[in-house]
Design a protein around this ligand. Sequence first.
Ligand code: AIR
Length: 187
Amino acid sequence: MSDEQTPPAPETRPLQPVVVESDPPDPPLTAAPETAAGEAMAETAADIQELDTDAPRVGIVMGSKSDLPAMQKAETELTARGISSETRVMSAHRDPDTVADYAKNARMRGLRVIIAGAGLSAALPGVVAAHTDLPVIGVPLTSKTSVAGGLDALLSIAQMPPGVPVACVGVDNARNAAVLAARILSA
Ligand code: AIR
């Protein structure tokens, strides 16, 4: 027998199950689709998804159908860059309510830049800018009765009052407006 004393055996107690108080798990982010609320949420989620992927990012507007040949260059450039756009004809002087509604709803519809082309007393870009806080790029256009090769439209677009800016590209240079829109989108 050795003199060493065996240490006393630790007191043993029967193992008790440990109960951890925890918060109930978070509810799932989407409601069960079988409920009316769940269906409505699923529909909204689908709408948002669609808006994100398909909604045009650039609105191209112009004062007359006669402006189309010049303004189509903006659409062509955006398409080549994979940027979705929509093209509409609306005159600031002939359809003022349409222009106001379009500009006011533009952001909500997913548009991020508006390109507006017009000739003569070219109010369209400025009127659009008055009704939205989106960036507006004006394209001064020549038309049959232009003064000084489009200088009338150039000054109308560029000479905006302080606080309501419109970017202005060269006369009939809709392509540059599209390149600038692409840069704004990727800034
Ligand atoms: N315009 C149309 N409403 C207001 C303006 N400033 C412009 C068009 C077009 C020019 O007038 O943008 O360049 C001539 O239009 P139209 O329809 O007579 O050919």
